[in-house]
Design a protein around this ligand. Structure first.
Ligand SMILES: NC(=O)c1ccc[n+]([C@@H]2O[C@H](COP(=O)([O-])OP(=O)(O)OC[C@H]3O[C@@H](n4cnc5c(N)ncnc54)[C@H](OP(=O)(O)O)[C@@H]3O)[C@@H](O)[C@H]2O)c1
Length: 223
């Protein structure tokens, strides 16, 4: 995964999706309860990826369920970047809890919402509006590019990943497969969105590499 950096598209950042799943492709436990699927080696990899990004994006479902801080952990990095990546939560109707860690003032934060959301946010939060009912991710990515975000890391959850996949808004997709099976009927799969009715709905990927990582393996895919 070395070599010169890929060019940044003119209308959006370079988008790198990253997630950790079980061998049966689940992102979490039943009803979305958080599962720590990354092993220590993957956590270091994810932190390097975060540190090399200008912004890290999650959906409000992940914020409600997991309450991630999306901060960099210095103990997992050789050195901290000059500027911490911006944290972005996609929240169409203002569901982000007031107490969510992503809204603390420890790192720059963007709430990506809609024209219809009348909620207010703390002063340090940058509010971007894209779309009316759901957040228009294509427009949001353009707004992020205009703010200087050249590299965007998308961390989930399953509905955001479905939208990014269906709209082909990514350049690289890395999946850490943990050697476990989750099973059940309510544990979210990696992409949870519109049904695929037939071949034209498939999001086709090109497998770039598969490599062992800790107890699992890492797959790198491109559109
Ligand atoms: N293993 C991993 O790597 C990993 C990483 C992250 C999350 N997760 C898991 O993923 C699960 C959360 O996933 P989730 O699907 O419930 O929530 P999500 O994908 O984090 O957020 C989805 C929500 O974002 C809002 N949204 C606004 N515009 C959207 C658009 N254009 N496309 C998609 N969503 C849009 C919608 O809520 P509103 O309409 O209210 O705005 C939607 O319900 C949790 O179980 C979490 O543990 C796992």
């Amino acid at each position: 995964m070395s070599g010169p950096p890929e060019p940044v598209p003119s209308d959006r950042p370079r988008v790198w999706v990253n997630c950790a799943v079980s061998m049966d492709g689940r992102l979490a436990f039943a009803h979305g309860v958080r599962a720590s699927l990354s092993g220590p080696e993957d956590l270091v990899r994810v932190h390097r990826l975060r540190a090399g990004s200008d912004a890290i994006l999650v959906g409000v479902g992940t914020v409600v369920q997991d309450d991630p801080s999306l901060r960099l952990k210095p103990e997992l990095l050789d050195e901290l970047p000059k500027r911490p990546p911006r944290r972005v939560v996609v929240d169409a109707s203002g569901r982000t809890p007031v107490s969510a860690r992503i809204l603390d003032s420890s790192a720059p934060t963007i709430v990506a919402t809609t024209e219809n959301n009348a909620r207010t946010y703390p002063d340090h939060v940058h509010v971007l509006r894209a779309g009316r009912d759901q957040v228009d991710l294509r427009l949001l990515f353009r707004l992020l590019r205009d703010l200087g975000v050249a590299q965007l890391m998308v961390e989930g959850g399953s509905r955001i990943l479905a939208s990014v996949a269906r709209e082909r808004l990514f350049d690289r997709w890395t999946i850490y497969y943990a050697p476990v099976l989750v099973g059940g009927t309510t544990a979210p799969s990696m992409v949870r969105g519109p049904e695929s009715i037939g071949p034209t709905d498939l999001v086709r990927l090109k497998l770039e590499s598969v490599a062992p990582l800790g107890e699992g393996f890492l797959a790198t895919l491109r559109p």
